[in-house]
Design a protein around this ligand. Structure first.
Ligand code: KMH
Ligand code: ZN
Length: 272
């Protein structure tokens, strides 16, 4: 089995400081959290940007400050969000891709998102895919439900996706596929043979699905974007605490954790 790639989803767009006092918001806080996560075993950081008041933004300059601050502190694969927050326009969401990060997320369909709708029109997806091709950015395909794998296959046939793709199963969103072992097993069966995958379990599913992924040869995403608790009723102290737990479990299961250099080889990214 390949070494385990741990992605740290540090901030997200929805979690607030009131819910999780250790949430990193400013570029400097995000960079400190990134460095702590790398030391704990992460090789990718999934980044969202916030304004000073904590509200989500896809502002290019804010992303630039975050990326610069992260790169000053550690070597890690930078993956920006193109999901942003519900209600943002596709043009707004696409802004950080023009900074040519190594990776960016790309949602493969529309999904109910709690009381909101996270819109991903096929015409917008095509624009996102073309922009990622132009800037040399590897997409991580965000899958909230099974039909979204069909959607990815469609883009592959149209030539807008190449090579082995990297999928992220985001399981447990209210409105998407459940965060259960059965859902994960079903998803894996649908994948192209050469694909790699990671799982982002929402809430308490983060630990159970992450552990399954270690055993099944997938990769794991943890962090405050998806889960703010260490265990039921106990907030996590930091993003790094969640990374460290997955790294520990993986080591115990005889699956070493990848560095950023090793993760680039696994994902087919250019060396930095
Ligand atoms: N904030 C969600 C509506 C992504 O980063 O690509 C979308 C999201 C997905 O977080
Ligand atoms: Zn995200």
């Amino acid at each position: 089995m390949e070494k385990l790639i741990i992605t740290a989803a540090l901030t997200g767009a929805e979690v607030t400081r009131e819910q999780q006092p250790a949430l990193p918001i400013s570029p400097e806080e995000i960079a400190i959290a990134a460095e702590e996560c790398v030391k704990a075993g992460a090789s990718i950081v999934h980044l969202h940007a916030r304004n000073a008041d904590g509200s989500p933004t896809q502002d290019k300059e804010t992303y630039r400050r975050i990326i610069t601050a992260v790169r000053q502190r550690c070597d890690v694969i930078i993956q920006v969000s193109t999901g942003g927050a519900v209600g943002m326009t596709p043009t707004e969401r696409l802004a950080p891709v023009t900074l040519a990060p190594e990776m960016a997320t790309l949602s493969m369909g529309t999904v109910n998102f709690g009381d909101d709708v996270f819109m991903n029109h096929p015409a917008d997806m095509e624009v996102f895919l073309r922009a990622m091709q132009k800037h040399g950015v590897k997409p991580e395909l965000e899958i909230f439900d099974t039909g979204m794998i069909t959607s990815a296959n469609r883009w592959l046939k149209k030539g807008l996706l190449q090579g082995p793709q990297h999928f992220d199963f985001v399981l447990g969103i209210p409105g998407g596929m459940a965060g259960t072992p059965q859902a994960l097993l079903y998803m894996i069966e649908q994948l192209p043979a050469d694909a790699s995958w990671t799982v982002a379990g929402i809430g308490s599913a983060q630990l159970s699905l992450g552990t399954m992924a270690i055993l099944l040869g997938g990769h794991v995403r943890v962090g405050f974007e998806d889960n703010i608790f260490y265990r039921k009723g106990e907030l996590a102290a930091s993003n790094a605490q969640l990374v460290a737990r997955i790294a520990r479990i993986s080591q115990e299961l005889n699956r070493p954790v990848a560095t950023a250099v090793e993760a680039r080889v696994i994902l087919g990214l250019a060396p930095q």
